[in-house]
Design a protein around this ligand. Structure first.
Ligand code: GCO
Length: 449
């Protein structure tokens, strides 16, 4: 419920060149997991493990976007979006991760891109949103240094096929999140929990990013290339030395391990020391390649505490009781968003695209309530107001993509958590814009006047 006593935050005018969009990812929406030559990814495998994904859900059908993309693109047009961020499923293009190409997979993204362009919506593909081909995981996955070369080959395939129509490219989505969850904490695919494996993964993913940037640049000097980072301020749960130290290491892992290496050319201090055995001469220059933009996924501040049970000794602390929470319990603090935008402008000196920001809630089965999502409207209004203030105060922000266009497969939470501005009825695959979609469309329209 909107708080009647609280004045609505003021959204200042954005420049005409500011881009408005929405984001999704392949495994979360496409479905058609076993169709037309797509091979399993590590997420298909993970979903088969007992008790790992809520309700035993998986991405086999998801939002059936593979078949319903024309309808989804029409929705984007109705919302007035300038651009659409999606991801390309590596196992759809290269079922074994390398070698034999699946032409039907290549064709799918051709159709999607053409459909977007017909409606004047810019396609912003991301090359990796977590669905690693299982065949490559069988070869050691990201712990294998050869992955950098295989990722570069996959990137070249995409750049050659789609580069005549796609200008904006993202290498990876949330480097730190999938590496921490998948290889340190074991809570996501491929469910590994091992310090050495995790460190190698960090370094090889960074090498893969650098190699992909070079491939893209070599294909077309005019491409606009970026990486997408989850950046949330990490605060100590208590003001005691153990928690301060834990929050500091948490921050190195979550916020700095990838962008510092890719943009500043070095690892943050504690990671630099730990990762040194895996770094070869010339690697930092291979990782640190010129970029055109910084992709920021931001949701909420985080609280860290010392936790000897956790693999790196830091864990999730409690959120202070005075902070309001979203429908999935994440603290809501728009000021942390504007602070992050200022901080990132200063640190990396690149134009920032907010590639994800949004509000999640547990589905309680009340469709009418889902459609009247006032809490999501309030969240978006207050966060976009904070972004407009940051812009007015000098942050370099060029665009905003809401997460997410559609309700979708929310990883370990399955379909029980909804992040969409458009409701998906999974029984019928019907799409219905929520109040937040209408609000977002109005906002975009007003900005154009
Ligand atoms: C991530 C991903 C998205 C999520 C979204 C909500 O951050 O996990 O980029 O795929 O669905 O962030 O959790």
């Amino acid at each position: 419920m909107a708080n009647p006593k609280k004045p609505a935050e003021k959204i200042l005018k954005f420049p005409k060149s500011f881009r408005w969009g929405a984001s999704t990812s392949s495994y979360q929406i496409e479905g058609a997991a076993n169709e037309e030559g797509r091979a399993p990814s590590i997420w298909d495998r993970f979903c088969q493990l007992k008790g790992r994904v809520n309700h035993g859900h998986n991405g086999d059908v998801a939002c059936d976007h593979y078949h319903k993309y024309p309808e989804d693109v029409r929705l984007m047009q109705q919302l007035g979006l300038d651009c659409y961020r999606f991801s390309i499923a590596w196992p759809r293009l290269l079922p074994r991760g390398r070698g034999q190409v699946n032409l039907a997979g290549l064709d799918f993204y051709d159709r999607l891109i053409d459909c977007l362009l017909e409606k004047n919506i810019e396609p912003w593909p991301c090359l990796f949103h977590w669905d690693l081909p299982q065949a490559l995981d069988d070869l050691g996955g990201w712990s294998n240094r050869d992955m950098a070369g295989w990722f570069a080959d996959y990137t070249l395939l995409c750049a050659r096929r789609y580069g005549d129509r796609v200008k904006h490219w993202a290498s990876f989505n949330e480097f730190s999140v999938f590496t921490l969850f998948g290889y340190a904490w074991g809570w996501g695919a491929p469910s590994i929990s091992d310090r050495a494996y995790h460190l190698k993964t960090i370094h090889h993913v960074n090498l893969a990013h650098g190699a992909a940037v070079d491939v893209l640049r070599g294909q077309n000097a005019g491409f606009a290339i970026g990486g997408i980072h989850s950046y949330q301020p990490v605060r100590p749960q208590k003001n005691v030395p153990e928690d301060i130290a834990a929050a500091n290491l948490f921050n190195e892992h979550w916020n700095l391990a990838f962008p510092d290496a890719q943009i500043l050319g070095h690892y943050p201090p504690q990671i630099a020391e730990a990762i040194d055995p895996y770094v070869q001469a010339g690697d930092m220059a291979r990782i640190c390649r010129p970029l055109d933009w910084f992709g920021l996924n931001h949701y909420a501040p985080m609280y860290g505490r010392a936790d000897p049970e956790m693999i790196w000794g830091f864990g999730w602390g409690e959120v202070p009781a005075e902070l309001p929470r979203s429908g999935v319990g994440w603290p809501m603090q728009p000021q942390a968003f504007s602070d992050s935008l200022q901080e990132l402008t200063r640190r990396y000196r690149l134009p920032i695209y907010v590639t994800e920001n949004g509000y999640g809630n547990e589905d309680k089965g009340d469709k009418a309530a889902e459609l009247e999502d006032q809490a999501r409207v309030d969240y978006l209004r207050s966060y976009i107001a904070a972004m407009s203030q940051a812009l007015a105060d000098g942050a370099n922000i060029a665009g905003y993509f809401v997460w997410s266009l559609l309700d979708n497969f929310e990883w370990g939470a399955g379909y029980g958590t909804r992040f969409g501005i458009v409701y998906v009825d999974y029984a019928t695959q019907q799409r219905i814009p929520k109040a937040s979609a209408n609000w977002y469309a109005e906002l975009i329209k007003k900005q154009r006047k």
